[in-house]
Design a protein around this ligand. Sequence first.
Ligand code: MN3
Length: 202
Amino acid sequence: MAFELPNLGYAYDALEPHIDARTMEIHHTKHHQGYTNNLNNAIAGTDLEGKPIEDILANLDMNNGAVRNNGGGFFNHSLFWTVMNPEDRGYLSGELKDAIETAYGSKDEFIAAFSKAAATRFGSGWAWLCVHKGGKVEICSTANQDNPLMPGVSCGGTPILGLDVWEHAYYLNYQNRRPDYINAFFSVVNWNEVERRYAEAK
Ligand code: MN3
């Protein structure tokens, strides 16, 4: 069973004005589709075929560039679409709110720290909020399509919130203004989904 491009669950224009429809459509149908196709090609006929993406990444040979880049790209975007929602965003609450306040003091301080990680990632990559076993949360960032599920990459743990800071994610609408795109992202974060992922992973 090959990996399939997941549906967004909302229309390409649903995140406007924060993230524009043209960017969303290209990002989903070209970039994410490309990672999906290339991942399938990279694992076809190998013992990785048929395994869950989380298992492939957790046991990854980091020298396998095709699976590292495309498996990461497949997983990262699949998570990214779900942590944004135009309508039912919810709000930071419950155990996740407690964990974030323990680690960062307040929601605003957390957003500032996450935004700094995203803004200062040089070149292409991602910012993450990860949860470790026991429930402690930690912010980190990764280069290219790496993610903290991969062996020895960044803060480790399970990513529950991710922000794509590749230029393809924002350049049409924001050009070089990555900080404006990061601010806009926090207007569409789906806290219900982040909390669901926290509860599942902690
Ligand atoms: Mn991307």
